[in-house]
Design a protein around this ligand. Structure first.
Ligand SMILES: NC(=O)c1ccc[n+]([C@@H]2O[C@H](COP(=O)([O-])OP(=O)(O)OC[C@H]3O[C@@H](n4cnc5c(N)ncnc54)[C@H](O)[C@@H]3O)[C@@H](O)[C@H]2O)c1
Length: 253
């Protein structure tokens, strides 16, 4: 019997894999045989590549700002030139705007958040789908958030962008299901990464945000990566247009 979680000979693009959820996912997929192509603005992505290649895996880093169409096209083209095709993409790059009440949010922070968290996913989907159409399909997973399903306090631009990621996911899944392309979104709750360090430093705040779910803790990046592995695999062959909370139950109450 074949192992559906074996990604040998599959090429996977991952954006935002210099750290956090993206790095953990890159490592997990590489451990399962995938060839990883990372797009990130941060040169720390080289460390992710080293972690994978020192373990015997295959990975490369293509410096990419997901807000730039030219950069995203270059990322996809590099993956295709190197490996002949892309099978899976994980559109995960993201930023958090400064935490502030709605009325105190600035136009600048709104534009920046929408550019990275929403337009970045649009551009990634567009060029990945273009490449997948030439090779008969693939699986794409976008990182939304619980903030794509419900309002998190004091982060209106992020909530808007992540709700938008859910919309892009459903649209892309609708338009390209017949082309053999599955598109799903993850909705992580609180995850212990650089993004949430600002809260971790404040014990009172950390207590409040970790008691927001049934498990009373934050997820490790690895606990999010497992869902990406599943959605990217043939075991999820009928899953498309879905939004999958991995949130300790935060949105279930
Ligand atoms: N940490 C959480 O609690 C949490 C919860 C829900 C969703 N998310 C989402 O998970 C994703 C990963 O975040 P994380 O928690 O691992 O944080 P992180 O800060 O460790 O990772 C974000 C990654 O995105 C990259 N990035 C930022 N701007 C970019 C750009 N313009 N172009 C390319 N890459 C860029 C960063 O360099 C970094 O590698 C994000 O989309 C985030 O919104 C995080």
């Amino acid at each position: 019997m074949t192992n559906a979680l074996d990604f040998t000979d599959k090429t996977v693009i991952i954006t935002g894999a210099a750290s956090g959820i993206g790095r953990a996912t890159a490592r997990l997929l590489a451990d399962n045989g995938a060839k990883i192509v990372i797009g990130d603005v941060d040169d720390q992505a080289n460390e992710t590549v080293d972690l994978i290649t020192h373990g015997g895996g295959t990975a490369q880093f293509v410096k990419t700002d997901v807000t730039s169409a030219a950069d995203v096209q270059n990322l996809v083209q590099t993956a295709v030139d190197t490996h002949g095709r892309i099978d899976v993409a994980f559109n995960n790059a993201g930023i958090l705007p400064p935490v502030a009440r709605f009325v105190d949010q600035t136009e600048k922070d709104f534009d920046k958040t929408i550019a990275v968290d929403l337009k970045g996913v649009f551009l990634s989907l567009k060029y990945e789908i273009e490449a997948m159409l030439k090779t008969g399909g693939g699986a794409i997973i976008n990182t939304a958030s619980v903030a794509g399903l419900i309002a998190d306090p004091d982060m209106a631009p992020y909530v808007a962008a992540k709700h938008g990621v859910v919309g892009l996911t459903r649209s892309a899944a609708y338009d390209h299901g017949k082309d053999g392309i599955r598109v799903n979104a993850l909705a992580p709750g609180l995850v212990e990464t650089g993004m949430t360090e600002v809260w971790r430093k404040d014990p009172e705040k950390w207590d409040a945000v970790t008691s927001n779910n049934f498990l009373n803790k934050a997820a490790s990046p690895e606990e999010i990566a497992g869902m990406v592995l599943f959605l990217a695999s043939d075991l999820a062959g009928f899953a498309t247009g879905g939004v999958y909370p991995v949130d300790g139950g935060q949105t279930a109450r």
